[in-house]
Design a protein around this ligand. Structure first.
Ligand SMILES: [Zn+2]
Ligand SMILES: [Zn+2]
Length: 165
């Protein structure tokens, strides 16, 4: 949704509460659509003199296939975003600043989508210590050791291990 923030620049109001539900399901990341669930945004745009700032909390659910075990996973997360809003590029050297231009329109979808892209993990894992699949039989090692793992154990060592238990 686009939010008109003109009154904050003119000083007619000091705060504009922001609450939005975004559909970012079209966003593609590494061949998948990680944000199929709605993204919730709440916060405010505040104005103090010529300084207008957007502060918001973004609640998202990241969906994907694990790079190691291929299982589908879904993980919720929150992101705190803060951006200075400016009328033109020349107004600030802050790289995170958002230019609203003459229309005074803040495109929240665009801002949140850009912020979330920076949050995307380089490696998609269902959990940090995912054991992945056995390269020999393809079994999911998170569910336990597969048969090939056992057959590699030296039977003499196995006997010793049982003796020590
Ligand atoms: Zn996994
Ligand atoms: Zn195996």
């Amino acid at each position: 949704m686009k939010w008109n923030v003109r009154t904050l620049f003119t000083g007619e109001r000091e705060e504009l509460p922001i609450q939005d539900t975004l559909d970012l399901s079209g966003l593609e990341w590494s061949g998948e659509h990680p944000l199929v669930k709605p993204v919730f945004v709440h916060g405010a745009v505040t104005g103090a003199g010529s300084i207008v700032v957007l502060r918001c909390t973004v609640e998202y659910t990241f969906e994907g296939s694990c790079d190691r075990c291929l299982a589908h996973f879904s993980r919720g997360g929150t992101l705190e975003a803060e951006h200075l809003l400016i009328l033109s590029e020349a107004d600030s050297e802050d790289e995170n600043a958002i230019v609203v231009g003459d229309s005074y329109e803040l495109d929240l979808d665009d801002v949140v989508q850009t912020d979330l892209c920076l949050e995307m993990p380089i490696k998609r894992l269902c959990k940090p210590d995912c054991k992945g699949l056995c390269p020999r039989c393809g079994a999911d090692l998170n569910e336990g050791e597969c048969a090939c793992e056992g057959s590699e154990t030296d039977p003499r060592l196995e006997a010793l291990r049982q003796l020590l238990q």
